[in-house]
Write a new protein. Structure first.
Length: 181
């Protein structure tokens, strides 16, 4: 599920929801919003499916998945199709916050193993959704020629061209802004 939807994006940009002229371009922006936010926060904010492949030594009983938080395990299987492991909680323990998968009973992992799972929250936090809308607006406006500080000192200061996340979005995400202490 996208961190924001097309209707919310149009409202943020003051585009009438019935106006479909820019929908394809706008959807492209929406689809990319999770990337800078996840990079900034170091965790998944938009729930989706991931596939991790590991080359595991014989007897491995624990694996740390790459994308967190993990909502659910979908499947665990050897790449060559020779073995699969049950994702039943009685057989496999999942610590969603850390992404740790531990074999509780049955055969340990071995060889090239693919883990398919869903990571990210079911619903993005309100501050992350608002930050995404602000970033979307910033991208939309800069592409159309509006950029930088407003002449006369009014409005919000925007970083020079090349900066993706405006200060107010960074503050919503809780990221430290550069400056003098």
């Amino acid at each position: 599920m996208a961190i924001v939807n097309l209707t919310d994006a149009k409202k943020q940009l003051n585009i009438d929801v019935s106006d479909t002229d820019d929908d394809l371009e706008l959807q492209l922006y929406i689809d990319a919003l999770h990337v800078p936010i996840e990079r900034e926060l170091g965790r998944i904010v938009e729930q989706r499916t991931f596939v991790d492949e590991f080359d595991l030594a014989s007897g491995t009983t624990q694996v740390l998945l790459r994308s967190v938080p993990v909502a659910s395990l979908t499947s665990i299987a050897a790449v060559d199709g020779s073995t699969s492991w049950s994702v039943d909680p009685a057989v496999m323990h999942l610590n969603g916050a850390s992404g740790s998968v531990t074999v509780l009973s049955g055969a340990p992992f071995t060889g090239l193993v693919t883990f398919t799972y869903v990571a990210g929250p079911a619903v993005a936090a309100a501050n992350e959704r608002l930050a995404a809308l602000i970033i979307l607006q910033h991208l939309w406006e800069t592409q159309r020629g509006r950029m930088g500080a407003v002449p006369g000192g009014g409005g919000e200061f925007m970083m020079p061209a090349g900066y993706l996340i405006p200060n107010r979005a960074a503050e919503l995400l809780g990221t430290q802004l550069p400056g003098i202490a």
